[in-house]
Write a protein that binds this ligand. Structure first.
Ligand SMILES: [Zn+2]
Length: 379
């Protein structure tokens, strides 16, 4: 699993002159026919070859081959279990970082001064941490879902499971009513206990969003009983039997999560457009956005999936220049062109503790109509 600290260490890694990092995103998903019989090794070899072919300098090529060989060796020994593999390697600095992801990535490789983390940031943005509570009248189960993986926390509710009250053969009407009432009380008590426990569990398992699952009567009653603070994290309810398997819980949760994320992205883009039109702490378009990044004003960077742009970075003052120029407009220093300009903008925002939001689908189309990228500002 990838933590925020992991990611920050990667982003903070300083460029070492003459010692680039090889970044590899490899699809190893065994449900893709191309990856069977270790087809992903061929895909890797192909990507590495095309980078090497672009290197004209002999010493550069030698440094690249050392990085490439180390990655190739690792992948040759790798037994695919996850959907993707992410590797960053700089052999000359003895730097090797790899993680498996249960989320899909596009095959891609880069050789650049700093680790190419944009696809990783995008995956993390897409996969928030969900808590899923599966309840019925008598039981409660807790799951967390992160980056396409699900985990059940069996210990969460064990002590508080409500046992079913067994009837003892008294079958006249008064008795049935009496037992029914007693059973109803148990159900209410059970759901109230679950709701109370959820506050602690939300802290312990650190989920951003909560999904209620189970029969409709149970989830709607639980929703009513949840503390306000938790209720605001509920993104929806799904109808599932309380003994549903992990796979079914995962599938339903991811589907709900995606629908919610898409709707929120569209809302965010509309808010950005409206705020920028009124000049209320928002900018749209590459030039204005980069200027805001330079000034340290970006609170949330928003950009359309797949957006790329030309630009460079000043070798003297590190300013980002959103166009092709040779000299820096701020200090007159030389400007170095960047292959992955938008990525560098994203990294700057993360370094400033800003947030990033890559939008897809309809939200991306809408944002592209007005300038592909924008930002909500701190001031
Ligand atoms: Zn400069």
């Amino acid at each position: 699993m990838i933590t925020k600290a992991d990611l920050e260490a990667l982003i903070q890694r300083q460029a070492q002159p003459g010692s680039p990092v090889l970044s590899v995103y490899l699809d190893v998903d065994q449900s893709h026919a191309a990856n069977l019989n270790r087809g992903f090794e061929a895909a890797l070899a192909h990507m590495l070859r095309s980078i090497e072919e672009q290197l004209s300098d002999a010493s550069e090529r030698e440094a690249f081959r050392a990085d490439a060989e180390r990655v190739r060796r690792f992948v040759a020994d790798y037994q695919p279990r996850a959907k993707s593999l992410v590797i960053f390697c700089d052999d000359s600095a003895d730097f090797f970082w790899q993680r498996e992801l249960d989320a899909p990535v596009r095959n891609d490789a880069y050789w650049s001064e700093t680790p190419y983390v944009r696809p990783l940031l995008e995956v993390l943005d897409e996969y928030e941490r969900y808590g899923v509570i599966l309840v019925d009248k008598m039981q409660a189960r807790l799951f967390t879902v992160f980056m396409g993986e699900i985990e059940e926390h069996r210990e969460a509710f064990t002590s508080d499971r409500v046992r079913h009250t067994k009837t003892t053969g008294m079958d006249h009407i008064w008795s049935q009513k009496h037992f029914q009432r007693k059973a109803d009380m148990h159900v209410r008590w059970h759901l109230r206990t679950v709701a109370e426990m959820m506050s602690h569990l939300a802290e312990r398992y650190a989920f951003d969003r909560l999904v209620l699952a189970g029969p409709v009567e149970a989830t709607s009653e639980l929703h009513r009983l949840l503390p306000k603070r938790l209720r605001s994290r509920v993104i929806g309810a799904i109808s599932l039997p309380v003994d549903a398997g992990e796979k079914d819980v995962l599938r339903a949760t991811l589907q709900l999560g995606q629908e919610v994320e898409r709707a929120e992205e569209l809302k965010l883009v509309e808010e950005l457009i409206a705020a920028a039109a009124k000049g209320e702490r928002a900018v749209i378009g590459l030039e204005a956005t980069v200027a805001a990044v330079q000034e340290g004003r970006v609170w949330k960077l928003i950009y359309a999936e797949g957006f790329t742009a030309r630009g460079g970075e000043c070798t003297q003052c590190s300013s980002l220049i959103p166009e092709e120029r040779r000299t820096c407009p701020y200090c007159g220093g030389a400007v170095r062109p960047l292959d992955h300009f938008v990525e560098r903008v994203v990294e700057r925002v993360v370094e400033m503790e800003g947030r990033i939001e890559q939008v897809r689908g309809r939200a991306a189309e809408r944002l592209s109509e007005v300038g592909h990228i924008g930002a909500l500002l701190r001031f």
